[in-house]
Write a protein that binds this ligand. Structure first.
Ligand code: KG4
Ligand code: ZN
Length: 339
């Protein structure tokens, strides 16, 4: 049995979790930084400061809830990239300090790997499978051939899906983060009310959501003078949300057929959207595929997914990969080095 304490500080969540192997979650603590809400987006300098204030307390809470002493862990994992550089550094320095003082193995984890492995915490999911990460910073379609062996099929060319949710929410004067607000309003709206474009981009596996966001902006400019009546906000939210989900489902369905992959794993904050989950399940049932979804608490940024990815890295990767401790804001997903 391997006990891994994980730290996640890549953006605006300070998180720590303690897992036994890949699946037994002894604790999963997340502190979301409220400070960004009034700015309508994450302010990097405030994020680093906030991580610095929270990190010791959050780690202590994760250990206390798990009823485990820090001396009794086997390894410390942290998110090394991608993310806000100042935020990543807080996680790295904390992990290195724990590693040094208590003599523990240190495991750097790519944040995107965390989202990829998040559906393995509760499900018996074994590679190969297709993975779609839909978050605030990423819309990544990855063929996971084996643990640590990735082929990136498509990525976002501009706004990530979650970013589009956040920006459309801002246009509608809704709070940040916009995804949950749009979902809440969409429940009272008609998804067919407005025929927003579906950016399918049939000649590539890449995604592009900025045109859809601009379509919402033009729609608002065209029909609304000053105040937007509430029923209209709900229809816009429902129609926009539907356009994003239809695009994702259609593209994933095509990729599964083309590459003959029967298992699909979803991850990232946007996957906590109930309508998205339902439509992916419907597609999977119709096309006889299997879809693996993490619970909502493992969709949005958390450290349990970092510990889960770290476990497999510890188990399968060679030391050379584990020894690369550099943090990076670059959003590349790199396969592990097997010798
Ligand atoms: O994975 P995540 O917590 O952080 C990143 O790695 O980016 O994802 C955050 C994103 C935000 O853009 C947020 O608006 C979106 O996920 N999100 C949602 C929902 N909950 C969070 N989008 C749509 N529906 C939701 N229920
Ligand atoms: Zn994330």
């Amino acid at each position: 049995m391997t006990r891994i304490l994980a730290i996640e500080t890549s953006c605006d969540e300070t998180a720590s979790a303690l897992l036994e192997d890949a699946k037994k979650v002894l604790s999963n603590v997340v502190a979301s930084q409220e400070v960004h809400s009034k700015f309508g987006g994450v302010v990097p300098e405030l994020a680093s400061r906030s991580h610095l204030e929270n990190i010791n307390f959050i780690i202590k809470k994760a250990l206390d809830e798990a009823k485990i002493k820090i001396e009794d862990i086997d390894a410390i994992a942290f998110t090394s990239s991608p993310g806000l550089i100042g935020s990543l550094l807080i996680g790295q320095i904390t992990a290195e300090t724990i590693s040094y003082i208590f003599g523990k193995k240190i495991i750097p984890v790519n944040h995107l790997e965390g989202h990829i492995y998040s559906s393995m915490i509760e499900n018996k999911l074994i590679p190969p499978f297709l993975s779609l990460t839909v978050s605030g910073g990423h819309t990544d379609l990855v063929f996971v051939k084996d643990y640590g062996k990735y082929e990136i099929l498509g990525r976002t060319r501009d706004d990530a899906a979650g970013e589009a949710f956040d920006k459309v929410a801002k246009l509608l004067n809704l709070k940040y983060p916009g995804g949950p607000e749009i979902e809440k309003n969409a429940k009272k709206g008609n998804p067919s009310a407005i025929d927003f474009p579906r950016p399918y981009m049939h000649d590539t596996w890449d995604f592009s959501f900025s045109g859809l966001k601009t379509a919402v902006l033009y729609y608002l400019k065209r029909i609304i003078k000053d105040h937007i009546p509430h029923p209209m906000v709900c229809d816009i939210c429902a129609s926009f949300q539907e356009a994003v989900i239809d695009t994702l489902v259609e593209k994933v369905s095509r990729a599964m057929k083309k590459f003959q992959i029967s298992k699909l794993s979803l991850g990232g904050g946007v996957v906590s959207n109930a309508r998205l989950r339902k439509k992916f399940k419907t597609m999977a049932k119709k096309e006889r595929r299997k879809v693996y979804l993490p619970s909502s608490r493992y969709c949005t940024d958390n450290a349990a997914m970092i510990a889960c990815a770290a476990y497999y890295k510890w188990k399968y990767a060679k030391p050379r990969t584990l020894d690369d401790l550099s943090v990076s804001s670059e959003s590349k997903l790199i396969s592990w080095r097997f010798e």
